[in-house]
Write a protein that binds this ligand. Structure first.
Ligand code: FAD
Length: 390
């Protein structure tokens, strides 16, 4: 049996429609051609070659904002979007982050909360990948508690003046448009900020040991003057950004299983080919236990992602359920990568294999879009009725 057949021991393939599998395969084919041969080098250098060209190709593939409708978006299902995240993250969490931030954070924010002019002005180009977006919520001093943010916008005649800074912003330095959340007299509001606006700058964050094939930046907003209609017209408060995060977290639930699958494939291949003490590693009971445990965790993670995806497509998915998925699947994926790393011995620390790259990447995925601790508290609150956040 091939590795991919063995990985479908549980028969999960039968749970997907032909259309869903076709989309998954087309994303996989693109990843194998355009990402897999180069991504270890991008990770090592901390730079994606021709990121604009790659984004355009993702646009041509139809995965940017793919679960949104109208304005050039593909209008696909939640499960199809999830499968695309899975395939991209099987290549690299950083490249999946590029796509998630574009589609689920920046485009979703504009699609859900923007004015008709915002939508027409940005969404077709973002869906095509000719414009890149970022999403600025986190600040240097306010991460898990974004409600305390300091960035603020004040009126000056009809205009807005935006002041403050954002930190750890994916795609920041390469973005054409930033969705920036800021305090105003009427609570937190979202602004659509063209990145060529005077006073806007986005220095790259260096020295990352994780998500190196992804641009992460600070956003500096030095009295950026914006026209009165740059603000999302209706939404006030944390509901705005949280609605977007919910979309991206859902995608991460699938994406993490892509990284896990890549590790598991590597583990199975290596355990078959590497011989010690006269037999393949896969013949040792201790290795089999690792493989069996990893496979169980992977299978449960995919089932959970699919369950959430079917609920999303039935419009019954709740934010608490998304927290269950993000919490479980990122942790499970990280465990799978760490265990695979042990099976590979010294080779486990080399970029010749994808495993330590996935493992280091998943440390970011564990933290962003709500840390493990925050999602644990969400689940705890849902179970007990007691909020333990502060
Ligand atoms: P803190 O909030 O300071 O937390 C530190 C630790 O304390 C964590 O373990 C946390 O769980 C714990 N903690 C905090 N409060 C509590 C509590 N009440 N109870 C128990 N434990 C608690 N943000 C964006 O807005 N846009 C992006 O595009 C983006 N991209 C990112 C890309 C990368 C590579 C990374 C690493 C981060 C990115 N982020 C982005 C930021 C990310 O969302 C934040 O890092 C995350 O929300 C955590 O915030 P923090 O790092 O400030 O940690």
């Amino acid at each position: 049996l091939s590795i991919s057949d063995r990985l479908d021991l549980a028969g999960l393939e039968d749970l997907f429609s032909e259309d869903e599998r076709a989309i998954q395969q087309s994303v996989r084919a693109m990843c194998e051609r355009r990402i897999d041969p180069y991504v270890a080098d991008w990770f090592e250098r901390g730079e994606i070659d021709d990121i604009r060209g790659l984004t355009k190709e993702l646009g041509q593939l139809g995965v940017l904002g793919m679960h949104l409708t109208g304005y050039g978006c593909a209008g696909m299902s939640g499960v199809e979007y999830g499968l695309a995240c899975m395939e991209l993250e099987a290549s690299d969490s950083g490249v999946r982050s590029l796509m998630s931030v574009q589609g689920s954070l920046a485009m979703f924010a504009i699609w859900r909360w923007g004015s008709e002019e915002h939508k027409q002005g940005w969404l077709p180009d973002m869906a095509a990948g000719t414009a890149i977006g970022c999403f600025g919520l986190t600040e240097p001093d306010h991460g898990s508690d974004p409600g305390s943010m300091r960035t603020h916008a004040r009126r000056d005649g009809d205009d807005w003046i935006l002041t403050g800074s954002k930190m750890w912003i994916t795609n920041g330095s390469v973005a054409d448009v930033a969705v920036v959340w800021a305090q105003t007299d009427e609570g937190i509001r979202g602004f659509v900020v063209p990145t060529d606006a005077p006073g806007f700058s986005a220095p790259m964050i260096k020295h990352k040991m994780s998500l190196r094939a992804s641009v992460t930046s600070e956003l500096v907003l030095d009295d950026v003057r914006l026209p009165g209609d740059a603000v999302f017209p209706e939404v006030r408060g944390l509901k705005g950004p949280l609605s977007c995060l919910n979309e991206a977290r859902y995608g991460i639930t699938w994406g993490a299983m892509g990284a896990a699958r890549s590790a598991l494939e590597t583990a199975l291949t290596y355990a078959e080919q590497r011989t010690q003490f006269g037999r393949p590693l896969g013949g040792f009971q201790l290795t089999q236990q690792k493989l069996a445990e990893m496979y169980l965790a992977y299978t449960k993670g995919v089932l959970l992602a699919l369950h959430l995806g079917r609920r999303k497509d039935a419009h019954t998915l709740t934010p608490n359920q998304v927290s269950l998925g993000k919490l479980n699947n990122v942790r499970a994926a990280l465990d799978i990568c760490r265990t695979t790393r042990t099976i590979l011995g010294a080779n486990g620390i080399s970029l010749e294999f994808p495993v330590i790259r996935h493992m280091n990447n998943l440390e970011s995925v564990l933290t962003y879009e709500g840390t493990v601790e925050m999602h644990t508290l969400v689940v705890g609150q849902a179970l007990t009725g007691e909020a333990a956040f502060r």
